[in-house]
Design a protein around this ligand. Structure first.
Ligand code: PMV
Length: 333
């Protein structure tokens, strides 16, 4: 088979990857833990062209037609595929097309789903039998570290520890273990002005960066334990602290990065009022203004209803924990 298509989910981090030991290789400064999603996905078709020279990367436009991808993204994909081809030992070039089911680069980790889908589709197109651990390493080597977590379903830890910096992500629990919801309150669909790559680069300039690293071992253990015991209160406490710390570090980096908008605060304020009324819901934000509201299925409708009433919320994405990527028979070209 020289053409294959994979659909891979995004993920939302409970303990964030923020800051790198080696940014080019996406070797993180700290371990992270995330939940793999199911509705926010990237669909990617890869065709191997053994005698071609240039790799072509296209995006699916709103009317379904394929258009050339922006130069920066196309170059990142081409470089990544060249590296994989070398590692697997094949010659030639590739034709790639990809689409997201959700707004790109707005704090919903489109690079995580995109590069996980690319790794899986490439392995399938080349007929290479790659274990999930290998795919995790390939996805990470794209430069988007969070992609290493998106090759597993359910709840996932990416250790990235100092003893074994290239360690792949691993599953902590399957999706069926705890059917958590992620209601994404989208307050701005536009791509963020500062990439997470620049955020990782600047993180260590914040006076709070080192302190967070010191606090992380206890947070990681609390999140593992909360997942094991399906304890939303315990999980929520840490995931909110982690989100605030990421943004506090971003805002106090040199130069500072401000991802929050007034809509972000409106969503957080409404969520706290819901919680005061007894609805167990907790918020996290990645590198963007949109808010991920984590709750259990029996609170999802009330959370959605409250957020829909806010004028600052442009749209809602109702997502849930998902079971990970897969190859599909239908191709994009
Ligand atoms: O994988 P990257 O380089 O796009 O960085 C991801 C950064 C966050 O989404 C903010 C946190 C995380 O762990 O997913």
């Amino acid at each position: 088979m020289s053409k294959a298509t994979a659909v891979a989910p995004s993920n939302i981090a409970f303990v964030k990857y923020w800051g790198a030991r080696d940014l080019e290789q996406a070797i993180p400064a700290n371990p992270s833990i995330s939940m793999t999603l199911s509705a926010c996905v990237s669909l990617t078709t890869v065709e191997h062209l053994p005698t071609a020279t240039g790799t072509e990367v296209r995006l699916v436009g709103s009317n379904g037609t394929l258009t050339p991808a922006p130069a920066g993204f196309a170059l990142a994909v081409e470089r990544h595929l060249d590296r994989l081809a070398k590692e697997i030992g094949v010659e030639g070039a590739f034709s790639v097309a990809t689409e997201n089911s959700f707004p790109s680069a707005a704090g919903i980790a489109s690079s995580a789903s995109g590069f996980a889908a690319l790794a899986m589709a490439t392995a399938a197109a080349l007929g290479a039998s790659a274990s999930p651990e290998t795919l995790s390493g390939w996805a990470r080597a794209s430069g988007s570290g969070s992609a290493s977590r998106s090759v597993f379903g359910g709840f996932v830890e990416w250790p990235g520890d100092a003893d074994d910096p290239e360690s792949p992500a691993r599953q902590l629990a399957e999706a069926g273990h705890w059917p958590l919801c992620d209601v994404v309150a989208v307050v701005d669909e536009r791509p963020k002005a500062v990439s997470s790559r620049d955020g990782h680069r600047r993180a260590a300039t914040s006076p709070y960066y080192r302190r967070r690293l010191e606090l992380l071992p206890a947070r990681l253990e609390a999140v593992r334990s909360a997942i094991r015991q399906r304890d939303l209160e315990a999980l929520g406490k840490v995931l909110e602290t982690e989100a605030i710390d990421l943004h506090m570090i971003a805002m106090s980096s040199d130069p500072p990065i401000h991802y929050w908008l007034s809509g972000t605060l409106a969503v957080l304020t409404r969520m706290r009022a819901l919680r005061a009324d007894g609805v167990p819901v907790f918020a996290t934000m990645d590198a963007g203004p949109n808010v991920h509201l984590i709750c259990e299925p029996d609170s999802e409708a009330v959370v959605c209803g409250a957020m829909e009433e806010l004028p600052e919320v442009g749209s809602l994405i109702r997502d849930r924990v998902g079971s990970g990527p897969k190859t599909v028979e239908e191709h994009l070209f």
